[in-house]
Design a protein around this ligand. Structure first.
Ligand code: B12
Length: 214
């Protein structure tokens, strides 16, 4: 078991999609906890992020690593879904990464975990304008709008989103969740977001708590 977790993490550090896929399939075959398996992938990507900051690896490698992450996540996702407790009301959630920001992996993880917890997730992808969040939220009757930002240059767009909802007179119709690498609880408080999720699991717990879902 520990071997497979280490292999998952290493596959990301080696930006090796083939090995990531192989390890994910092994994890499924061995009945490993998919949450742990995804956690190992995330550990790998976070470590790679640190190496990126020290300029020990470069963007092309990071792109390969995130592709490997996404491929492995697809294999593990059905396992997560099997653990989903039936009978919960599917509450619509709109999620996306804010305008100007193309980071996808963490947002995808949150979307996956929310989906497997029974939420009805509408993923708008990356580079999403405030108006697009609202348009989709209205369309699907969302209860939560969740906005990711990974860069200090795009974090202000989370505030723009909240200001936009205020300006349209619909702020109270939605719980706004914010998260992503550069986001903190202090920032969430400052912009009067309804929730901050440090990671995917915390985000699901918060969503359940605020919406009083069991
Ligand atoms: C992978 C990556 C990329 C990939 C993204 C590929 C993809 N498809 O996603 C690529 C190579 C494209 C990329 C590009 C760039 N990147 Co980049 N990237 C990263 C890296 C290494 C990892 C991010 C990641 O996926 N982490 C793993 C996931 C699992 O973690 P996470 O995203 O934090 O998500 C978790 C939580 O935050 C939370 N969460 C996430 N989203 C949400 C949303 C909500 C609503 C909630 C509640 C919670 C939540 O739950 C997640 C799961 O637990 C980070 C380094 C780092 N330390 O973060 C840099 C980093 C984010 N990138 C950075 C930069 C600067 C760039 C570029 C500008 C580089 C360039 N010079 O071109 C471009 C940006 C282009 C753009 N306009 O967006 C900087 C940002 C610096 C800053 N503070 O502003 C970082 C921090 C690296 C650095 N130190 O320089 N990048």
């Amino acid at each position: 078991m520990a071997d497979i977790l280490a292999k998952l993490k290493q596959s990301i550090l080696d930006f090796d999609e083939d090995v990531a896929l192989e390890a994910a399939k092994e994890a499924v075959a061995e009945g490993l906890d998919p949450v742990e398996a995804i956690g190992s992938l995330a550990e790998g990507l976070n470590e790679l992020g640190e190496a990126f900051e020290k300029m020990e690896v470069f963007l092309p490698e990071i792109m390969l690593a995130s592709d490997a992450f996404k491929a492995a996540l697809e294999v593990l996702e059905p396992e997560l879904k099997k653990r989903h407790t039936e009978g919960e009301k599917a509450i619509p959630v709109v999620i996306g990464t804010v305008q100007g920001d193309v980071h996808q992996v963490g947002k995808d993880m949150v979307a996956t975990f929310l989906t497997t917890a029974g939420f009805d997730v509408y993923d708008l992808g990356v580079d999403v304008a405030p108006s697009r969040f609202l348009e989709e939220a209205k369309k699907v009757g969302a209860k939560i709008i969740a906005a990711a930002s990974l860069m200090s240059t795009t974090r202000p767009v989370q505030k723009d989103l909240i200001d936009f909802l205020e300006a349209k007179g619909v702020r109270n119709n939605y719980l706004v969740f914010v998260g992503g690498g550069v986001v903190t609880q202090d920032w969430a408080d400052e912009i009067k977001a309804d929730g901050y999720g440090q990671d995917a699991i915390a985000t699901v717990e918060l969503a359940k708590k605020l919406l009083r879902v069991a």
